[in-house]
Design a protein around this ligand. Structure first.
Ligand SMILES: [Zn+2]
Length: 576
């Protein structure tokens, strides 16, 4: 038994996530967590909402709520949707937790003790009316290049010219509209990542099993131009984690908070501490996952994320962890493998949270159960390339894979048995060559499925599972118990006994992808035996003759053309 720590990139708090976000980290992470648990490993699966930063403040202002209330409510909304999609987090935490405040301040203190923090004076725009410094994007004005009146302080979206706030004509605050702005000097802390460059470089070089895509992104940031740059870790905001040097005040940093990129990955650790707190466990319970000197030396740590998050997870967060261990006294568990994803597009364009384009998690669950979405998203996960959601493809995939292949097998076998025998596993007959062949074929495919799941090959795993389901249908097609029954009822009984056992086996194998359907299949078989099949022949004799089952309701309904067209129209525009 191994110990596996799994984290999914943290969903940002400013709204409900779309299906592209879901398949870019949380859902494949859940697939992997479920599989590893099914194989008997000890798993810690962590996620949380990422709650700090200006976008959270603005979303709260738009919702006319105080930012802490807004975040608390949106966290509950996101947590409920995660439960709806059956995401099996051990804990779904909050980056605004007391645990993360304390740990982020602690990490900053360690980095300061290591000499890895510098203070830098910057000139920034201050809005007197708003009583705050404004990030570049929240200053608007007229573009000096093209005359566009709503250019932002970082860029004109009309002519795409890169700007700095002082370039804008008639600049004003995007928050209040006030023109009472001035440039003020402000002091910020920087993490001196540049001094850790060689250490990070050597560490990346040990990751020989990482995809080239991942290591090449890290290497580019390490070596392009002047090499890895130092990064600001503080901001002039109200909402966030107060800048402290461990437990002590940080002179000159009063009223400032840590920059969200600094505290968010630390929440992976803090959320595990939140898990211990929520379960009444002690410090050792979470530290054995994160501290190599307190039990985490045998943990394998796997991170899931979209490709845009790779630089932070290969460089900035490792820099924080390495820096905090400058004297060898705090060996934090660092990532062993990063699984990153490309983008899922929506019907000829991009999913967009800001524009409300695409299908969002709440909308998806309002029209179909989570298994339908889980299956489509995972079997079309954007791994080697971007992939695209279309309603035609969704309908075809659900109807063919789930209804025709898996659902139909369960329905045919149970209904036939009920009508010709009873709702109990029938007795009689002996297995022959066709059954031996089926067992051999299943064994080959299941061993292949295991290897693909261990390797986090999401689409290929789905294809292998679909092929495993198809083997059952092919066997039944050729064995044809409905014909055999007329001349040799004992032979038909053996075939159906095998097929009923196949349903239980499919429940075990399919649970990581479609957990609700798997539970329904297992319950219908009157069983609760979720042991992973080591020997397929044994696994197919688990339910003995005489064992009672119930004929289940339809597992998967087909999507009609009317439904497809209705949904395509409903979700073609932008969300209100
Ligand atoms: Zn312009």
């Amino acid at each position: 038994m191994a110990r596996i720590l799994i984290t999914s990139a943290l969903p940002y708090i400013n709204g409900i996530k779309h299906l592209g976000n879901l398949v870019g980290s949380q859902l494949p992470a859940d697939l992997y967590a479920r599989y590893m648990r099914a194989r008997g490993h000890e798993v810690m699966f962590i996620c949380a909402t990422d709650e700090h930063g200006t976008p959270a403040e603005l979303a709260a202002a738009k919702a006319e709520q105080p930012v802490d209330i807004y975040c608390a409510e949106m966290h509950e909304t996101q947590a409920a949707l995660a439960r709806g999609f059956k995401l099996s987090f051990d804990h779904f935490g909050r980056s605004s937790s007391a645990r993360n405040h304390a740990l982020t301040q602690h990490m900053a203190g360690r980095l300061n003790a290591a000499g890895l923090i510098s203070e830098v004076s910057e000139k920034q725009v201050y809005s007197n009316a708003d009583g705050r410094f404004l990030p570049d994007r929240y200053i608007e004005g007229t573009c000096p290049n093209c005359g566009y009146e709503r250019a932002r302080g970082d860029q004109c979206e009309n002519c795409t010219k890169q700007l700095s706030p002082t370039d804008l004509l008639e600049p004003h605050s995007a928050i209040s509209g006030s023109t009472d702005l001035e440039v003020r000097e402000t002091k910020h802390l920087f993490l001196r990542q540049s001094t850790l460059r060689d250490q990070l470089d050597a560490w990346i070089d040990t990751k020989t099993d990482w995809p080239i895509l991942t290591t090449s992104i890290a290497k580019k940031w390490l070596h392009d131009g002047d090499g890895l740059r130092d990064r600001g870790i503080t901001r002039d905001l109200d909402w966030g984690i107060a800048v402290k040097d461990g437990d002590n005040d940080w002179p000159g940093m009063e009223g400032k908070v840590f920059y969200v990129w600094f505290d968010a990955p630390i929440e992976y650790i803090a959320a595990t501490a939140e898990w211990a707190d929520a379960n009444g466990l002690n410090e050792a319970a979470w530290r054995r996952w994160w501290r190599e000197d307190e039990g985490a030396d045998d943990v394998r740590y796997v991170q899931f994320m979209g490709k845009d998050n790779v630089p932070f997870h290969t460089l900035s967060f490792p820099a924080t962890q390495m820096g905090a261990n400058f004297d060898g006294s705090e060996p934090w568990k660092m990532v062993d493998y990063i699984k990153s994803f490309n983008y899922l597009n929506y019907d000829g364009g991009q999913f967009s949270t800001s524009q409300g384009r695409g299908v969002f998690m709440d909308q998806a669950l309002s029209i179909l159960p989570s298994d339908y979405w889980r299956w489509w998203l995972l079997s079309h996960a954007p791994e080697s390339n971007d992939s695209e959601f279309t309603w035609e493809n969704f309908q075809a995939s659900v109807n063919k894979d789930l209804a025709d292949v898996l659902g139909n097998l369960v329905s045919r076998v149970t209904k036939f048995c009920r009508s010709k025998f009873s709702e109990a596993v029938p007795e009689g007959g002996e297995m022959g060559a066709p059954e031996a062949q089926l067992i051999a074929d299943l064994t080959t495919r299941i061993r292949s499925y295991e290897a693909l799941m261990e390797g986090m090959e999401v689409r290929k795993s789905a294809a292998e599972l679909r092929a495993i389901w198809a083997l059952g249908n092919e066997y039944l097609q050729e064995a044809a118990p409905w014909s055999v029954f007329k001349t040799d009822p004992a032979q038909a009984a053996m075939q159906i006994r095998l097929a009923l056992n196949l349903i239980r086996l499919y429940a075990v194998l399919s649970k990581p992808f479609v957990p609700d359907a798997a539970a329904a299949m297992m319950a219908a078989m009157g069983a609760d035996d979720w042991r992973w099949p080591e020997d397929i022949s044994d696994a197919l004799t688990t339910l003995p003759a005489g064992h009672e089952f119930t004929t289940p309701d339809v597992l998967f309904s087909k999507i009609t053309d009317e439904q497809r067209d209705d949904w395509a129209a409903r979700f073609s525009g932008v969300r209100a």
